[in-house]
Design a protein around this ligand. Structure first.
Ligand code: NDP
Length: 510
């Protein structure tokens, strides 16, 4: 744990560490062992109010700096994230249970995002636009929106905060951030990094806490943009609330019920490899994890045999062991939720093919008896759009095998028959089928002959339908944290209008 200050660890508001007014604290626990990792102050609406007020006060000075001057603070963070990747990767693994290579990848993704945002400070912002009138210069310019409230989930506890904050800050906004209650230690370290850069007081603020602190950010009249990544349940509530408030904007990225269509033309090795990674990597706790494998009837039995064989054997265990494929679930609520969906699938589906919900004693690593272990759960079912287990996000290693028959369109129709639209993949050697999927899959992220996983920060990352409004990451989030001004300057002494509009002023005497 950080040595910066004594426990309980505090909020970072206006350039100072502060306990705030609430006496209440909460703890972070290692989901693989149950060990307590630290105690944290639990923020309330009062701490959020203070943080928003200080962010507002700091806004004028911050936006007056050049893009490159603002980016300097982010470059320091970039170097620190790079230098401390192994150490921070271990903290990610301890706090949210991802296996260690994924813990490090979370930090790598974070510094890629910071690099993009800071590097973008030297790129053109806005457009020069031709005018119909030769004497007019027209352009689009951007301005920061003001205070950006960032609310982030636990499953990428270092990367996602930087998806939100790196671009927001370089574009000239000040920030109030609430990390997830499961990963406050990662939050503490990120706040320490900002402090170390000497960023002006009030530009970056962090309030630790629960959902009510997030709600206070959403409710604050002085927060101009809310960036939210998390569940659809919370995200739609936020989008609904903010949608009704003039001048405020919410960019919400939420979950999915992602699927892979495996056609009769699939390369079986690629199909099995992609499906196992998509369903079980990160213990199924990626927003892009696939919980539906939609497989053509001609190859269904072969695929099922091979997929089930691996699902029975895939290694679940100590996330610090390099040969572990799946770590624990992140917290007790996650365990309850995933078990609930497993029970539902037991009732609704035709047959359960793999049930490792309770790991055997030999599978649980020594010293990890209190870990939150839930292994793969695989079931098969004829497609029925009324089934909740194939429609709702379980967010765990819970996956349905669904056969389809006929043309690729039939597989894609099942794939699209969900309220969500985050990610999806096709496995096929037929380019016509692949292109059909590319053009008709109702998702924000689509993959072919690959796992349904991947977030290179230079690509857009966001869903459609109930999964989001498509803002984060990198380039797209600029739209959510800036306002555009259409700027037109007349270089002539005469006033001339576009679209044939007359500029003549006529009077009664004419
Ligand atoms: P939650 O929606 O439960 O929480 C996300 C954040 O919102 C947390 O900081 C949480 O605080 C906070 N929060 C909770 N209630 C409110 C509220 N009423 N108002 C404002 N803020 C609130 O999601 P999880 O943390 O459980 O994350 C998992 C979900 O995130 C999955 O559905 C996953 O698919 C999705 N996700 C989406 C991604 C995408 O890019 N589309 C990427 C990663 C995850 P607290 O921690 O205290 O609950």
């Amino acid at each position: 744990m950080s040595q910066r200050i004594a426990e309980p660890y505090e909020h970072y508001i206006g350039g100072e560490w502060t306990a705030g007014e609430s006496e209440e604290t909460f703890e972070s626990a290692n989901p693989a062992t149950g060990e307590t990792l630290g105690q944290f102050q639990r923020g309330t609406d009062r701490e959020v109010e203070r943080a928003v007020a200080t962010a507002e006060e700091a806004a004028a000075e911050w936006r007056a700096l050049s893009y490159t001057d603002r980016a300097e603070y982010l470059w320091e963070i970039y170097h620190e994230l790079r230098d401390r990747t192994d150490e921070l990767g271990e903290i990610v693994t301890k706090e949210c249970g991802k296996e260690i290579a994924e813990g490090r990848a979370d930090v790598v993704e974070a510094y890629h995002m910071v690099e993009w945002a800071a590097g973008n400070a030297r790129h053109p912002h806005g457009d020069v636009v031709p005018s119909e009138i030769a004497a007019k210069d027209a352009s689009m310019r951007r301005k920061p929106r003001g205070v950006v409230g960032c609310i982030t989930p636990w499953n990428f506890p270092v990367a996602i905060p930087f998806w939100h904050m790196a671009v927001s800050l370089v574009e000239g906004n000040t920030v109030v951030w609430k990390p997830a209650e499961q990963t406050p230690w990662c939050g503490q370290i990120i706040a320490e990094m900002f402090e170390d850069t000497g960023i002006p007081e009030g530009v970056f603020n962090m309030v630790q806490g629960y959902g009510d602190a997030g709600e206070a950010i959403v409710d604050s009249p002085d927060v101009d943009t809310v960036l939210f990544t998390g569940s659809a349940e919370v995200g739609h509530e936020i989008a609904g609330e903010i949608g009704g408030e003039a001048g405020k904007l919410a960019a919400c990225e939420m979950g999915g019920k992602n699927g892979i269509v495996i056609s009769e033309e699939a390369d079986m090795d690629i199909a099995v490899h992609s499906a196992v990674m998509s369903s079980f990597k990160t213990t199924g706790q990626r927003c892009v994890s696939a919980e539906r494998l939609i497989v053509h009837e001609d190859i269904y039995e072969e695929f099922k045999d091979r997929f089930v064989e691996i699902a029975e054997e895939v290694s679940v265990g100590d996330p610090f062991e390099e040969d572990t494929f799946m770590g624990p679930l992140a917290d007790a609520d996650q365990v309850e939720k995933v078990r609930g969906y497993n029970d539902l699938a037991r009732e609704e589906s035709d047959e359960v093919l793999v049930d490792r919900e309770e790991l055997s004693e030999e599978e649980i690593p020594a010293g990890h008896e209190d870990g939150l272990w839930v292994g793969p759960f695989v079931y098969e079912t004829e497609y029925d759009s009324e089934m909740r287990s194939t429609q709702e996000e379980a967010f765990g290693p819970h996956v349905a095998l669904i056969p389809y028959s006929g043309e690729i369109e039939a597989g894609i129709a099942i794939h699209n028959d969900t309220d969500y639209g985050l990610a999806g993949a096709i496995v096929s050697e037929d380019y016509r089928q692949i292109n059909q999927f590319r053009d008709h899959a109702e998702v924000g992220l689509a993959y072919a002959n690959l796992p349904c996983i991947g977030a290179e920060i230079q690509l857009p990352f966001g869903g459609v339908k109930a999964s989001g409004n498509g803002y984060p990451s990198a380039r797209e989030v600029i739209e959510a944290v800036t306002e555009r001004t259409a700027w037109t300057l007349n270089n002539s002494k005469d006033i001339q209008m576009a679209q044939g509009l007359s500029a003549d002023i006529t009077t009664n005497e004419d």
